[in-house]
Design a protein around this ligand. Sequence first.
Ligand code: NAD
Length: 328
Amino acid sequence: MPIVTPLTKLLNIRVPVVQGGMQWVGVPKLVAAVSNAGGLGIITALTQPNPSALRTAIKETRAMTSKPFGVNITLLPSINPPDYAGYARAAVEEGVTIFETAGNSPGDLIKYFKSNGCIVIHKCTTIRHAKSAVKLGVDVLSIDGFECAGHPGEEDIGGLVLLARAAKELKIPYLASGGIADARGIVASLALGAAGVNMGTRFMCTVESPIHQNIKEKIVASSEQDTVHIFRTLHNTARVFKNKVSMEVVAIERRGGAKFEDVRDLVSGQRGRMVYETGDPDYGIWSAGIAQGLITDIPTCEDLLRTLEKGVEEVISDLSAVVVKAKL
Ligand code: NAD
């Protein structure tokens, strides 16, 4: 039975699952595979070296799918500040109508997308930020719990409470993001009022994901205990895979008084990218969420979404049986 929610209707997708923005991972091959499988694939704009390359990536994606897909733009501290407005303009001019925004001070970008008639999904980690984004006119919120990979914000609120608060306080549809990799997580999210889910780490571990096979296998072999937070002391907290480099960064931060310059060479995104290219999990920093503890296989996106859909039906039916038994 199809899972119909405000998200599937708004985006015209079959399954309420979004493949969120992931640096170095959200490239046309994966995005098209997710969209073809019935979810929403999202190209990560900053993975492309410049706005012109983003135009090419959009064209490549369109050549591989006729289904809806989006573009992510994340505004966070960067070693080389990107031309955010240039990426946004390129995507709008290429006819993209769905955007995922995330990070700090997204107001101008959101206004630009809305003035061009686009749908905006804004990712945030507090209800306070969610409400500000609603005022800016976003269509959907992506409520990112502390479980997530990448940047969870600085307030450390897990998805269970954050989503229950969202159910009480938000009047527009929202996605559950962070810690979701299986059917139980999707059903729990729907029960918490979400119109769908955002998954990142789960999609890193698919056949069409562009990262090296060794890293996919490393995720499968790892547990929920194999991530760590870096940048806590710099107020730019990021959950990343626990390896030699991330532990070195944490050790430098623990000494006290660390500045970004003290860790810059260790954490650079270009170095992290080599992890995905060479398959050496200890080469640099790479993002992973605690959902990796739930990941045990490397399916195609098509198989993954079919399995999740079937799993959702089974979990709901098991739950109904529990409720009937409880009533007897
Ligand atoms: P980068 O090489 O510019 O920086 C590496 C890491 O250091 C990033 O986490 C960045 O936020 C952090 N950083 C940079 N300057 C900093 C400073 N002055 N103080 C504190 N932290 C600082 O990053 P990159 O890998 O080339 O990525 C480019 C941008 O995309 C970064 O802002 C990054 O955070 C962001 N990003 C996006 C996604 C996404 O899903 N779209 C995922 C992860 C990171």
